[in-house]
Design a protein around this ligand. Sequence first.
Ligand SMILES: [Zn+2]
Ligand SMILES: [Zn+2]
Length: 249
Amino acid sequence: MLDVLFPPRCAGCRTFCRQLFCDKCVYTILKIRPPYCSICAEPFDALAYHDPLCRSCREAKTNFDCARAAWLYEGATRAAIHRLKYDGKSALAARLAPVLSHTIRADDTLNSICFDCIAPVPLHKRRERKRGFNQSELLARSLAQELEVPFGNALQRTRATPPQVGLNLKERQSNVRGAFTITPGFTSPPNAHVLLVDDVFTTGATLRECATVLKKAGAKSVCAVTIARQSAPDFQNNFEPDDLNWLTP
Ligand SMILES: [Zn+2]
Ligand SMILES: [Zn+2]
């Protein structure tokens, strides 16, 4: 019935199709494959690096335990995230949530953890009011429902941070430092395993800051899953097409 009123469209280019992405867009969806940093999945040059950690993860004082992204932030993936952010499509969030659960299942580390709470990276209240929703919360709620793990708005953004576009990792780190606190009244079991959800992993500065706050508050582990990840373009060997055959429409 809903299909008649709102026929499903490609998340990338909006042509009518039953699949998440149409045949044309699906060719631009790229998975990130090893070798990559064992913590944040930053692609490595297989010939030049043998270290299990990237420089950011080696130098980080506190960190998330593991962050994985489904796809490279390019092509139709980028278009779908833009749509999720600016078109206010909670239906699209529900269609993208299985991409997150698949990413968790496909990763040995994430798949081995029994999460106590799924929490979104928060937007500042003013920005959320302006946009009408937090796209990460839409994703996190759908994922929590699918995995039957409690959803929790564990964090709040207490300081509006200027847009991160164009900033490098160091600038982003100082941009988000102290910008998050635990939401008043939020409680989770002691030593909780928390899964953070965001739409895009850019430098990881925001997720690292969120993980720091959660760990100070007593979380035992903090992992993160995102739809997309930015990466330097030099590691072409680390990207491979995802045919999405695992995803049933
Ligand atoms: Zn398309
Ligand atoms: Zn790393």
